[in-house]
Ligand binder design. Structure first.
Ligand code: BG6
Length: 494
């Protein structure tokens, strides 16, 4: 099956890390899966003073590095040949004039859809949006415009700047043209969470405060900042991960069943969750959130230097590479249930888990296994790697006596022969086909900023101290102070 729409797809920041790591390998995967219309064309824009031939060499080398021996060279070449290249500065009108020329021929040939993908540092969003308008690509210039603009996260750097960016975008583009990406929504396991919750009747009756004690959402990364210190040192884990990816996970875990799976029905329910999160009073931020930065350590037996030693990090920086936070959702379903969220770089393992702990049984019947030793039930959803769902229950230990032990019911998401698609494959195809259901509506962004803004403001005003954790560990010991109860602790494994 090929994509329904011919279109021109412009990538700003084509030689940046996002394009290199995610976009180009995903475009190759889509090409190999024959998802592209014959008239789909790409234009890569970058400051490099390259010919189109040099760009194509670069692209092929990047994809080869990522996909390795399994590459289908014919597909890779076909993808490379779809590309044109425009060299220039993002803030230079001449670059947009050159882009116009390149686009002119495809638009003239009946391909009126143009996608502009801003794979660039957030600081450049404003300027590029204005330049696109000045060059005649906004809805103002072309009333029947089917152009689309894709904006990467973080959308703004706090509530006020997100609102400014949104107003700026809306000055030139209609909401239907705007695609705000959070690639976690493109992950199949996140979509699987919807299926788990809403296609299994046995889950829904227990998915609430009467049965659930607390929820943990962990996104632990072994990787560090990987050459992005220039952006990351000004952002930190709260803006880079928690405000968007973890908040999206939280809203999918906690939302009410939507009326349908269409874009707005889903987003309405997610927004209701975000709006119900109890605001964190600025004076008690430290009871709800904790930040830390990694120092030198050992990761799988290899020495890793500390964050402060990275090139591009300000000396004495208090940017957090780890954040843990506790939220309460003040609604009927979740009242009183803590949601613990944490994410960090250079942690002991690369693992993303949603762990749901159920309540203790109300009565102690199994005297030889005292209640304190019986761990409550857990449902653990492993998002990556090894996508799976685990249910931990108790069974009787064989033999005399009434002893219990923990058993696990495992549902692997994938069978051995099945492959999952990368989040960006799904999302890129959706952009090309004009499907916005997995993209973020501005009120979601706005409410997520509203939740984290008090934490941001508190930390921005306190640049003197930050907790630390050694690279290769599970984060700072102090994070346990967020727990409501002594029998709460971080769950690090499936
Ligand atoms: C990005 C962040 O949005 O997500 C990165 O900017 C982070 O810092 C990445 O490493 C994690 O994505 P994934 O898909 O590897 O979990």
């Amino acid at each position: 099956m090929s994509a329904t729409q011919p279109c021109s797809f412009v990538i700003f920041g084509a030689t940046g890390s996002l394009a290199r790591e995610k976009l180009l390998p995903s475009l190759y995967a889509l090409e190999r899966a024959e998802k592209f219309h014959d008239h789909l064309r790409f234009i890569a824009c970058s400051r490099r003073d390259w010919s189109v031939g040099e760009w194509r060499e670069y692209l092929m080398e990047r994809v080869l590095t990522k996909h390795g021996a399994a590459i289908d060279e014919r597909c890779l070449r076909r993808l490379a040949e779809r590309f044109d290249f425009v060299s220039g500065d993002l803030h230079d009108p001449q670059m947009y004039a050159a882009l116009r020329d390149k686009l002119g021929s495809s638009i003239g040939a009946g391909c009126s859809d143009v996608v502009f993908y801003l794979a660039i540092p957030p600081a450049d969003f404003f300027g590029v949006i204005t330049q696109l308008h000045d060059a005649g690509f906004s809805a103002h210039n072309d009333k029947g415009s089917r152009h689309r603009i894709v904006v990467e996260k973080p959308f703004g750097e706090d509530l006020a700047s997100a609102r400014r960016l949104n107003a700026h975008l809306h000055g030139y583009f209609n909401e239907e043209q705007i695609y705000r990406i959070d690639h976690y929504l493109g992950k199949e396991t996140v979509q699987n969470l919807l299926v788990f919750r809403f296609a299994n009747t046995l889950i829904e009756p227990i998915w609430n405060r009467h049965f659930i004690d607390h929820v943990q959402i962990t996104v632990a990364e072994e990787v560090g900042v990987e050459g992005r210190a220039g952006y990351y040192d000004g952002a930190g884990a709260l803006r880079d991960m928690l405000q968007n990816h973890l908040m999206q996970l939280l809203s999918v875990v906690a939302m009410e069943p939507p009326a349908s799976l269409d874009a707005d029905a889903l987003r309405d329910e997610k927004v209701k969750v975000l709006r119900s999160i109890r605001p964190i009073p600025r004076r008690s931020v430290s009871n709800y959130a904790l930040r830390a930065q990694y120092t030198a350590g050992q990761l799988h037996g290899e020495s890793v230097s500390g964050y402060q030693e990275l090139e591009g990090v300000e000396p004495g920086s208090t940017t957090e590479t780890y954040v843990a936070a506790k939220f309460y959702i003040d609604n009927w379903r979740w009242s009183g249930v803590p949601f613990y969220l944490r994410t960090g770089k250079r942690m002991a393992e690369q693992v993303s888990l949603i762990s749901i702990r159920f309540r203790h049984p109300p009565q102690q019947l199994f005297r030889e296994t005292p209640l304190e030793n019986i761990e409550p039930n857990w449902v653990v959803l492993a998002l990556q790697p090894n996508e799976s769902m685990h249910l931990e229950v108790h069974t009787k230990k064989p033999g005399l006596g009434m002893n219990t032990r923990r058993s696990r019911l495992l549902a692997s998401y994938r069978q051995e022969h099945e492959t999952a698609s990368e989040a960006y494959e799904t999302l890129l195809l959706d952009v090309i086909e004009g499907d916005r259901s997995l993209f973020i509506r501005f009120d979601e962004v706005e409410h997520a900023w509203q939740v984290v803004d008090p934490i941001l403001r508190h930390w921005d005003g306190d640049t003197g101290f930050i907790h630390t954790y050694p690279a290769g560990s599970w984060g700072p010991d102090e994070s346990v102070r967020l727990f409501d109860s002594e029998d709460h602790s971080w769950r690090n494994e499936v």
